[in-house]
Write a protein that binds this ligand. Structure first.
Ligand SMILES: CC(C)(COP(=O)(O)OP(=O)(O)OC[C@H]1O[C@@H](n2cnc3c(N)ncnc32)[C@H](O)[C@@H]1OP(=O)(O)O)[C@@H](O)C(=O)NCCC(=O)NCCS
Length: 432
């Protein structure tokens, strides 16, 4: 018997039967719905939910989002505080291991990550085999998948020590692979990691170092990149995280699962919006063209890229932080001329009833592209810059999945709509 305050009474009008389904944490179990059937032969009721818009696939203690209130928390800590006062590696540890590290844990973690940044030379050869114009996301996805062949022990996903080692390796090697995919497109020599540098400094060094002995990045750029990495580290059950969990549920090694996440992130509906913002700003061209552009958005001919979000319906807390980071970056690089258009566009849109009534506000992508461009990244690299920090979130979610006794291999139901009971006619008769 369930507490009727925490249950749902469902009447099946086909049979007149009533069922009481317990509500736990605001959800009913799909399995309980499956008990509602019309007889031995009839399957139970299923939930039809393409895109999982209202289906919880897991219990998770990693990231909390309240879209109405514009709240984002990692393991309970507000994103604003983490972006202001933490580092990416500390946040990665928090996401993966659930608690802020002690001084000793932090020192060990940073040391481990720093000393696993090198990759096997054969992986370097593999990357060099790509065509000169290979998309860096394609290179990243393949090389992360290839890492599984270098560490076959990674298949032992229940051994905590082995699992930790793969987590360290992946967090450590992702900037190396990402930077090399960038250098590859430019025909420049790959730069080896420098273990004297911090995580983000080392990444910048592998991206931009030429003949100097040591690459010294401007500390304001290093801080801005840390902030961007922290903001992108996790975002609960989005498309790529769902891909990592779904593939990981087959108990494959984490390199293969994360490369599936990179594949999902590669898609324009997921990781590509900031590039679309830049294209839009460039197309608008000058402030005086903004009213005409807004009018075409309101007519439905255009979309204001970088505005609106499936979850955030008030403001995207990441956008507020990124806007601040813009100022710091532009202090070093000079102002991106598109910023003026972006600011004016935002001002006009935020006062316009079309956007207010639909709860459309700037999202994380509205300003991130401007920063990346000011840092001299070509648009193809934007998603790589997303994948590197998101690896921390993917691994946190993967680790949680592996330890979750409720989880099973992901295997959704379908509603079959095709033919049945046809009789096969051999080609000799069909084509006669
Ligand atoms: C993010 C996004 C896909 C969310 O979509 P969603 O939650 O499915 O919202 P909907 O598409 O149902 O939009 C609701 C209404 O707002 C309008 N709308 C949503 N985003 C809009 C935008 N960026 N510009 C203009 N109108 C927009 C829709 O046309 C719709 O209007 P209607 O009710 O008159 O039909 C969508 O806001 C979008 O395409 N934004 C631009 C792309 C972008 O910045 N993506 C990055 C997300 S981090």
């Amino acid at each position: 018997m369930t507490d009727n305050q925490q249950s749902l009474t469902v009447r099946d009008n086909r049979t007149g039967e009533e069922y009481e389904l317990p509500i736990t944490d605001g959800a009913i179990s799909a399995k309980d719905l499956g008990k509602i059937g019309t007889g031995e032969e009839s399957p139970g009721v299923a939930v039809y939910d393409p895109g999982f818009t209202n289906t919880a696939s897991c219990r998770s203690a990693v990231t909390f989002i309240d879209g109405e209130k514009g709240i984002l928390e990692y393991r309970g800590y507000p994103i604003e505080q983490l972006a202001e006062s933490s580092t990416f590696l500390e946040v990665a540890y928090l996401l993966i291991y659930g608690e802020l590290p002690t001084e000793e844990q932090h020192e060990k973690w940073v040391h481990e990550v720093t000393f696993h940044t090198f990759v096997h030379e054969n992986l370097r050869s593999l990357m060099q085999g790509f065509r000169y114009d290979a998309h860096p996301m394609g290179m990243l996805m393949s090389s992360v998948g290839a890492l599984s062949t270098f560490y076959p022990e990674a298949r032992n996903i229940t051994d905590d020590d082995i699992r930790h080692e793969q987590i360290v390796r992946m967090i450590a090697k992702m900037p190396t692979l990402g930077a090399w995919s960038f250098r590859h497109a430019q025909g420049k020599p790959y730069v080896y990691p420098d273990n004297n540098l911090s995580y983000t400094e080392n990444f910048l060094s592998m991206l931009f170092k030429m003949s100097e002995q040591e690459y010294n990045a401007d500390p304001r750029l290093v801080k801005a990149l840390e902030v961007l990495f922290i903001l992108h580290a996790d975002h609960e059950q989005n498309c790529s995280t769902n891909a990592v969990r779904s593939v990981g549920s087959s108990q494959v090694d984490p390199y293969s699962a994360v490369s599936a996440g990179i594949a999902a992130l590669f898609g324009p509906l997921h990781g590509g919006a900031n590039e679309a913002v830049l294209k839009m700003l460039r197309r608008i061209g000058s402030k005086d063209k903004i009213p005409a552009f807004i009018a075409s958005v309101k007519n439905g001919d255009e979309r204001l890229m970088g505005f609106g979000h499936r979850v955030y319906k008030n403001f995207d807390p990441r956008a507020t932080i990124i806007k601040k980071a813009c100022d710091d970056v532009f202090e070093v690089t000079g102002v991106n001329p598109l910023l003026e258009i972006a600011l004016e566009l935002e001002k006009i849109a935020l006062e316009d009833d079309y956007f207010i009534s639909r709860k459309l506000y700037p999202n994380v992508d509205f300003y991130s592209g401007l920063i990346y461009e000011a840092l001299k990244f070509p648009p193809e690299m934007f998603t790589v810059l997303f994948a590197i920090p998101r690896t921390a979130g993917w691994l946190a979610q993967w680790r949680e999945l592996v330890d979750d006794k409720d989880q099973k291999i992901a295997r959704p139901k379908q509603i079959y709509t095709g033919d049945r009971h046809l009789t096969f006619v051999p080609s000799s008769e069909r084509w006669a």
